[in-house]
Write a protein that binds this ligand. Structure first.
Ligand code: XIL
Length: 315
């Protein structure tokens, strides 16, 4: 039957995956599956600060360019991830004083977004990532501690100046349901837009786990953001389980994938769903959540799982 991207296109949405440069270069099955099934790609690590500007003023776009070239060949959109984050950012940035840090941030955004501004495949950016903690307070990252909350508006303005056409997003996790953190983002986006700060889009990472339950107000949450006038997108979907994997857990996982796709389909402003990888052979989950895994829609041998069928049938 038809690949995911064909069904997604029929519904006016993208279906995407995070991709890694090494696997793309070295593994034909990885490459072919990605190109066949998905209409959108987010570089998993290639556009993070440590990859693009490891030392000050020295920009390298080899990884990002390889992914963008693959996307272009296969008629896929690219979502740039990510410009300003507290992780995977070099030490030299973190140790700058306030005025030097602000200038470095603006230069980084200008160079990275500017590099892709005339490339029609690159349509959107995560400008800031994970700026809140789970209580809904601004995260006390080196960005916040050095610059105060003004860095967020400054980052969006710099991104708009570098590419007037790209959709500019704020992205975070544990924001799928209505809770203190998602409400904090909601209030920030509302207030930034009232001030004329160019926030176009809100990303919901959606790193879910079957043992924690599905956020039943996911669709309602997307809808309240849509009412602010922003695009919404599911940016990093995966659904992990406590290992070992079994048929019951696979079936539960499949319902989570189906629910996420259905929530996006039900909200006009939802542009699409990006899965954080596609094969369990390569996933950040086992490295990050001890004893958990099997979070994606293909197993480690590229066999389709019940979660694949759930996404396919929902689209
Ligand atoms: C993860 C990648 O998947 C890993 O390969 C890397 O080692 C660490 O970062 N939230 C994000 C993503 O916004 O960038 C993270 O990606 C997963 C959590």
């Amino acid at each position: 039957s038809a690949p995911l991207r064909t069904h997604a296109a029929g519904r006016g949405k993208f279906i995407g995956a995070a991709l890694a440069t090494g696997q793309l270069a070295n593994e034909a099955t990885y490459r072919t599956t990605a190109a066949t099934e998905f209409s959108q790609v987010t570089p998993e690590n290639a556009l993070k600060w440590e990859s693009t500007e490891p030392s000050q003023g020295q920009f390298t776009f080899s990884g990002g360019d390889a992914i963008v070239a693959f996307a272009t060949q296969n008629n896929m959109q690219v979502h740039g991830h990510t410009l300003v984050w507290h992780n995977q950012t070099p030490g030299w940035v973190q140790s700058l004083g306030a005025s030097a840090m602000r200038a470095a941030m603006q230069n980084h955004i200008s160079q990275v977004v500017g590099h892709y501004a005339n490339n029609p495949a690159v349509v959107s950016w995560d400008v800031v990532n994970e700026v809140f903690d789970d209580s809904g307070n601004l995260r006390t990252s080196f960005w916040y501690n050095t610059l105060g909350q003004s860095y967020i508006a400054d980052a969006f303005r710099a991104a708009r100046a570098a590419d007037p056409d790209a959709k500019l997003c704020i992205n975070d996790y544990n924001t799928e349901g209505i809770n203190a953190k998602s409400t904090a983002i909601y209030n920030l986006v509302s207030s930034l837009r009232q001030q004329g700060v160019p926030v176009d889009c809100v990303g919901f990472q959606s790193h879910l786990a079957i043992q924690y339950g599905f956020p039943s107000d996911f669709q309602q949450n997307l809808q309240r953001f849509a009412a602010l006038g922003v695009q919404v997108r599911i940016t990093e979907l995966d659904v992990r389980m406590v290992m070992p994997r079994d048929a019951t857990k696979d079936a539960t996982q499949a319902t989570y994938y189906r629910n996420v796709v259905n929530a996006c389909l039900a909200v006009t402003a939802c542009a699409g769903v990006t899965i954080w990888g596609f094969t369990d052979k390569y996933s950040w989950v086992p490295d990050t959540f001890s004893g958990q895994g099997a979070a994606l829609i293909y197993d480690e041998n590229y066999q389709k799982k019940p979660s694949y069928t759930a996404v396919h049938d929902a689209l």
